[in-house]
Design a protein around this ligand. Sequence first.
Ligand code: ADP
Length: 347
Amino acid sequence: MAVPAISSIFKRTRVSLTATYLGIIMLLSLAFSWVVWQLSMENWSHDFGRQKEYLERQLPNSPVIDRLLAQRLKQIEDDELRLIGSLLIMNVMILGLGGLVSYLLALRALEPIEKAHLAQKRFTADASHELRTPLAVIQAENEVTLMNPKLTLKDAKLQLQSNIDEVGRLTALSESLLHLAQAEKNTLQVQSVPLSKVIDTAWNSVKKEAKKKHIPLLRESKEQESVLVTVDQSALGEALSNIFENAIKYSPNEAKITVTVSREGSMAVLQIADNGPGIAADALPRIFDRFYRADSSRTTDGGKMKGYGLGLSIAKNLIELQGGRVDVRSQEGKGTEFFVTIPRASE
Ligand code: ADP
């Protein structure tokens, strides 16, 4: 069975939602009209009865009574016609206005679903683009190597090594993509943990790279780090290690990374600062976007630092899922500071 295009599903849902809302509005309007009609009829017949009684009492057996009552009946018929006209106009107006209101309500109800769908579509397009590029590189390199009639064992080994490197990058990319797609609130296991423990785990995961570049982690507020936070330890750890990883990756050898912890009401604020190249002001608002890479991710020799522009969007996603926030402040040539604000546990 053919699956209808998503745009036509949205269109049909919009129409059926509009029809449902309009149906409810018209049902209420018709019920109201019926009540008004019934009450008016009752009123008129009650009045007519009382007037008839009164006339029969005041003018017994007078031939005038029939004429007066006939006149009154004619008035009532005119009133009935007027009421029917008014109710008809009212219902037609409600039909028009209700149609418009129902359509707007249907648009509003579907808006978040359409937005989520668009975001998903963009994500899939970006992800497949990112996956295609390294695959094309692997294919082109392998074809060139195969066509070389003087291929030596050394060339073949070099090519295999390059393949392995690209496959490694692809694996890392697909893992990041999976993380982005799977991270949801209900998969988190939130508990009270000392912030220092999460910082230690995150730093340990990037320590090797830091050592290679002789970059130490300076801890400004050791006693503050004992602060307890309510988080999913591994999710926050991953977010922090992405921030640490960037600080190491983009800073020169022998740079410094500093962490400072402070309490702000019911939240703990963790500041991670580096004295690396900083981020240009125009790039700053976009660094948390998926697949965005600023110019600072280019090395001075023209090459590009490893990465897919996913690290910070994963970090932001994970931190926000835990009721936290991440902000950044940076100055080109001076360094970058990330502020991770997360809920504190009662101590
Ligand atoms: P990636 O590092 O894979 O490019 P991220 O999402 O982790 O992707 O980061 C997005 C961009 O933000 C990076 O490309 C880099 O330009 C910039 N950036 C992030 N952290 C830093 C930092 N500490 N110093 C300088 N630039 C940074």
